[in-house]
Ligand binder design. Structure first.
Ligand SMILES: Cc1ncc(COP(=O)(O)O)c(C=O)c1O
Length: 391
């Protein structure tokens, strides 16, 4: 891949770090961060006008830009929230689950969401079922077969990641939602890693609920995500934080917006940067950037599997892999290994556990080049030769 030098200069990341963990919290480019500061300065110049009055229109403009970008026909079906955990908690706490009902999911979900579902299901005496998915993934059909083997007469809901966190794979959510709907289930998709990462058309997935992070691959400042709810479900959602939007003195045209947008005083400047993120991506042909990054991810994967003597968790193609890949690694102490990679080798890369397995996941974005992966490979080879932190 040709290093995208002109793009590298836009990022605010430390230059002395091999930054291979874009997946966790993204990284905001300078022009977007400038816009963020502009919004914050405008807020401070007249907090009352900004927060209590003009903010509604600013948010509506930003939601309209996001809706166009992700192909959501009605921007009023979207509301900004700080993060996907907030969105999932909003949905899970509101769903009218009865004792004995089941929420079907997979055993490769994000830990924070597993916790949220466990918490809310426990409260309602319902069951959160983490259906075992066979790894390596071999086909959509096999995945769907594994998943829907977990359905029974008590199943009411499907919850599934669009791109998984620890294993870093793109799941066939469109097909999963289609089948779930045919079985009468409510469909909820966690697309934290999706917008700005892989081609994304919200309306084609036809999920009842979808959450995505804008502060990851769309590069917004931290704390910028969205919740989509299909119109028929909007009335069902209670506010997670009850504030002026609940039984609003002057309700707007949408209870959904009142409940989830008016959640108390906060700085919502990050939400307003979304149009700037979209402009930044368009100005730099982000489709091509994403493709080049994907090619680099795949192009280097083989030597990591060879070094670590493990196998991919899915076919290595663009049906399953975007700009990040997780490689199984035999490490008895992944937290220590991650720390050592950072302190000794200045490599920022996550090591994550999923049940009994450990993965190292590298992400590639516009500021990376081959040298980052060369550095990771050399560091892992050196540590492995010692025979303790990597077996
Ligand atoms: C699959 C997945 N879901 C949800 C999240 C969101 O986490 P949070 O709400 O802490 O931002 C992440 C973050 O990495 C994720 O990978």
């Amino acid at each position: 891949m040709i290093p995208m030098k002109d793009l590298t200069s836009h990022f605010l990341l430390r230059k002395d770090i091999h930054f291979l963990n874009f997946g966790s919290f993204g990284a905001t480019p300078g022009p977007v961060f400038e816009k963020y500061r502009e919004w914050q300065l405008l807020l401070e110049a007249e907090p009352v006008q900004f927060i209590a009055f003009d903010g509604h229109q600013y948010l509506a403009n930003s939601r309209a830009a996001l809706a166009e970008y992700i192909n959501c026909p009605d921007p009023d079906d979207l509301v900004y929230v700080t993060n996907p955990s907030y969105a999932i908690n909003t949905i899970a706490s509101s769903l009218p689950l009865q004792p004995g009902d089941e929420v079907l999911s997979t055993n490769i979900e994000y830990g924070a969401c597993d916790r949220a579902w466990d918490f809310h299901c426990n409260r309602k005496q319902a069951t959160y079922r983490r259906q075992k998915i066979t790894l390596p993934l071999v086909s959509k059909e096999q995945f769907l077969k594994d998943l829907f083997a977990g359905v029974n007469e008590r199943t009411k809901v499907l919850f599934i990641s669009h791109i998984t966190s620890t294993t870093g794979v793109i799941l066939p959510v469109k097909e999963a939602c289609e089948e779930a709907k045919a079985r009468g289930l409510v469909t909820i998709v966690d697309g934290a890693h999706v917008p700005g990462h892989i081609p994304f058309d919200l309306s084609s997935i036809r999920a009842d609920f979808y959450t995505g992070a804008c502060h990851k691959w769309m590069m917004a400042p931290k704390g910028c995500s969205f919740l989509y709810a299909e119109k028929a479900y909007q009335q069902m959602l209670d506010p997670l934080v009850v504030s002026w939007g609940y039984r609003a003195a002057k309700p707007s045209h949408s209870q959904f917006l009142d409940y989830h947008q008016m959640t108390g005083t906060r700085d919502f400047s990050a939400f307003l940067t979304v149009p700037a993120c979209i402009e930044f991506m368009a100005a730099h042909d982000w489709r091509k950037v994403a493709r080049d990054c994907h090619d680099m991810v795949i192009g280097h994967a083989g030597r990591f599997f060879a070094l670590l003597e493990t196998e991919p968790v899915s076919p290595l193609d663009d049906q399953w892999i975007g700009q990040m890949i997780s490689i199984p690694i035999k490490s008895p102490e992944p937290e220590m290994l991650q720390r050592r990679l950072f302190t000794q080798f200045r490599i920022e890369v996550p090591l994550m556990r999923q049940e009994d397995d450990v993965y190292i996941r590298y992400s590639i974005n516009a500021f990376n080049d081959e040298k980052d992966l060369d550095a990771l490979h050399a560091a892992l080879a050196e540590i492995k030769s010692e025979g303790t932190l990597i077996r």
